[in-house]
Write a protein that binds this ligand. Sequence first.
Ligand SMILES: NC(=O)c1ccc[n+]([C@@H]2O[C@H](COP(=O)([O-])OP(=O)(O)OC[C@H]3O[C@@H](n4cnc5c(N)ncnc54)[C@H](O)[C@@H]3O)[C@@H](O)[C@H]2O)c1
Length: 390
Amino acid sequence: MPSRASVKSSNNLSLAVAQKETQEVCIGPIAKLAWKGLDSSAPFAAVKLSGRAPVVLIDKRVQTLWADAIKASPLFKEAAEKNQMLFLPIGEASKTLPTVETTLRSLARMGVTRNDNFVVAVGGGALLDSAGFIASVYHRGLPLVHVPTTLLAMVDATLGGKTSVNFLGNKNQVGSFYLPALSIIDPEFLETLSPDHLRNGLIETVKMAFLVGTKELDAVSELIADVLAGDKDAAEHIIQQGLRIKSKYISEDMYEDMSDGKTDKTKRCHLNLGHTTGHAMEAIYGGRITHGDAVGSGMLVAAEVARELGMLGKGTDTALTSALAACGFMLPQVQDPAHLAHLLWGSIGTDKKVKGGRVVFVLPLAPGKVEMAPVGMETFTAAALRVFGN
Ligand SMILES: NC(=O)c1ccc[n+]([C@@H]2O[C@H](COP(=O)([O-])OP(=O)(O)OC[C@H]3O[C@@H](n4cnc5c(N)ncnc54)[C@H](O)[C@@H]3O)[C@@H](O)[C@H]2O)c1
């Protein structure tokens, strides 16, 4: 891995994730970062981790692809030398209770304790979710560090402390809220990421930027081609912007309990823009559609729903379509759009709360302006036909 300049102080973020909690983030090359140097860049994490030894839980594919860089990094040297590294199944396969149990057994066999160790989770969003859950339950919680290796994990999954595994066929059904003390983000990892997974992260950043406004959407759109061309500075920019936006959305209500009666419940739900239809697309297409393309399709359907309701701002569809196109977004080829619309509505109905035959959608009215509205089957079908019928 080519070495880059050492971490600049501006690359260290301290982001609000809950009303009284912050999560520290260091963006820089793993080749140059060391646990000992954290005091100035991540002072809270440094205190939490001090005197403890790292135990590394890593996605097997990432370990295979990045073995040399990991061996050479001061962050992983000690764990590698002491055999304190566990390799978890690739991607989503790590988010299972059997993997959790196997890993807990290994931690116990290795004599890992709460006072002596911390967990370093290295991988995409799936690995972070699973390893985070393991860290949260072993000895009632070991300090946790994330090293996200996909763009989606860097801009999204690493922030906010949601951990989970899939259970009984349901995604993320078992989990906890457990904040990492620190996220270490090295955009260099993106070099080996597949185009599909890069697109997943880019489409997520487009969604976040759209929520904030035209300026942010334009800024992200301008950087996308550079990120796709492998420009790490552009990637770092996009990651920082995505993290800042997510932080704003979750910090008032990290635990999603909304129980104080004062918190604006709708704001956090805005992060689900495109996900209502997107999840249904993933359920119907299975592995034949990427998460990014499913969410992108979902955003376009939501925009058409807004049009049906007379709420879509002028130029919004063009702004969304061109930002998505820049990411390489692909709308699936649909033989029978009416049948797909029917299946989608059925799937949304089993996933979401349906009240009086309507489902609440997040609607993109204009960059920086989204609204939640209950939507009936006819409106949804008309919107879906416009998106998938061409
Ligand atoms: N906790 C949260 O807030 C949150 C937010 C968003 C998504 N998620 C979860 O994240 C998961 C999706 O994350 P993802 O898109 O990162 O997928 P992923 O973790 O499944 O990784 C995708 C694939 O890329 C591989 N990979 C990882 N890093 C790589 C690299 N640098 N080079 C080459 N290959 C690499 C993995 O082995 C895997 O095969 C889902 O399970 C989702 O539920 C969680």
